[in-house]
Design a protein around this ligand. Structure first.
Ligand SMILES: *Cc1c(COP(=O)(O)O)cnc(C)c1O
Length: 399
């Protein structure tokens, strides 16, 4: 039983739920969430074991099915997304795979935004295709492409907004209305905004996907994920997880629980730093273009401002000098980490064309807007003056 009475949850603000929702307490009276590092659970009697296995008595059996620390994380994340239920997974990719296994069969069709996380693209295009699921990739921003792509067997719309690394924004409410009209499920990967900045379910989405590895952890420590939505849909996802096995480890769930406590504060700090850096980058002579939804010049600034509470921590920009210029900038920095991860207190810098998007053909890169001069920065929580100074080192190294 949650210590915080469940009937209060609807009336409590985000920050209160982030700190307290879902917490239980053992007879030891611990104040911080307990970490249940146990693979199985013991029963008081053979009859109780039979009742648990038979489903006539609720309770833990085995941590691939349920674990108290994982459950606390699921309940807290569901509360923050305004959802009935969340099911935790071993990674963000496991959350996407579980969604596909739960709702798609051979012969079904998916419409997916072109600008999704690279591995998501491979999952749909390579692995799900092997099992007879076809995917059409469309523009994140052009709803006409989504409409035109619908087939009689289209079962799922999948998107990620804002996109990585170009910061394009999908109109979630408009796509949700289109999906509903055609009895298609809409799943939104909410990794970049988290519920602190964006609530896709309130805008009409059916499912929210998380890579908890990013901002929910917030300090780059552990892999995990979750699917969030209604009891009815999540029961299907739960069936996949407990059967196929990509369950979240209790240890990682405990880390994410601690991450959720500071989520809104961190997301606002990431967003403030990113806005300051983007605004400053626009002024720099070696910069050709800056992509950040928080800039009034961004083509979807208004939509982002309506749909999100703040603009998030990820920005990208194009420097002069193509790949040579971009690499020299990156190699000139000394504070930022050269790594493709994001959602960390530590700022990370990456060259998409040769790393995260390196597999794409030159034509596909051009179509996706991944130019050689493009640099992505996932802005962390360091002092903004130090980050600007680090960029100045990058510019100086370009010569
Ligand atoms: C990282 C990421 C994923 C995959 O998550 P993992 O935890 O690495 O499996 C999915 N979607 C987005 C937007 C991501 O950034």
């Amino acid at each position: 039983m949650s210590i915080l009475p469940q009937e209060l949850w609807d009336d409590l603000a985000f920050d209160t739920l982030a700190v307290r929702a879902g917490m239980t307490r053992t007879q030891e009276g611990e104040h911080s969430e307990a970490l249940f590092l146990t693979s199985s659970f013991a029963f008081g009697s053979a009859a109780q074991a039979a009742a648990r296995f038979g489903g006539t008595e609720a309770g833990n059996i085995y941590s691939r099915f349920t674990n108290p620390t994982v459950r606390t994380f699921e309940e807290r994340l569901a509360a923050l997304e305004g959802a009935e239920r969340a099911v935790a997974t071993s990674s963000g990719m496991a959350a996407i795979l579980a969604t596909a296994l739960a709702f798609l069969s051979a012969g079904d069709h998916v419409v997916c935004s072109r600008a999704v996380f690279g591995t998501t693209n491979v999952l749909f295009e390579k692995y799900l295709k092997k099992f007879g699921v076809q995917t059409t990739f469309v523009s994140l921003t052009d709803i006409n492409e989504w409409q035109a792509a619908i087939q009689p067997k289209t079962k799922l719309f999948f998107l990620e907004t804002p996109s990585n690394p170009l910061c394009e924004v999908a109109d979630i409410a408009a796509l949700a209305a289109l999906a509903r009209q055609h009895h298609i499920l809409l799943a939104v990967d909410n990794c970049f905004c988290t519920p602190a900045l964006q609530k896709p379910l309130a805008l009409g989405a059916d499912l929210v996907i998380h890579s908890a590895t990013k901002y929910l952890d917030g300090q780059g420590r552990a892999l995990g994920g979750a699917v969030v939505g209604s009891h009815k849909l999540l029961e299907e996802v739960y069936g996949v997880i407990r059967t196929c096995g990509p369950s979240l480890s209790a240890f990682n769930a405990w880390i994410f629980l601690k991450g959720l406590e500071t989520l809104r504060l961190r997301m606002e700090a990431h967003s403030a730093n990113a806005l300051a850096l983007a605004t400053w980058l626009v002024e720099q002579p070696q910069v050709v273009a800056v992509n950040y939804t928080g800039l009034p010049s961004h083509p979807q600034h208004q939509l982002a401002a309506q749909q999100q509470r703040a603009f998030g921590g990820v920005l990208s920009f194009v420097v002069q000098g193509e790949r040579e210029g971009a690499w020299r900038f990156i190699d000139g920095t000394q504070v930022m980490s050269i790594t493709a991860n994001l959602g960390d207190a530590k700022t990370t810098i990456t060259h998409p064309a040769s790393t995260t998007h390196g597999r794409l053909s030159p034509e596909a890169k051009a179509a996706a807007g991944i130019t050689e001069g493009l640099i992505r920065i996932a802005v962390g929580l360091e002092d903004i003056a130090d980050l600007k100074a680090d960029c100045e080192r990058g510019f100086a190294n370009m010569g």
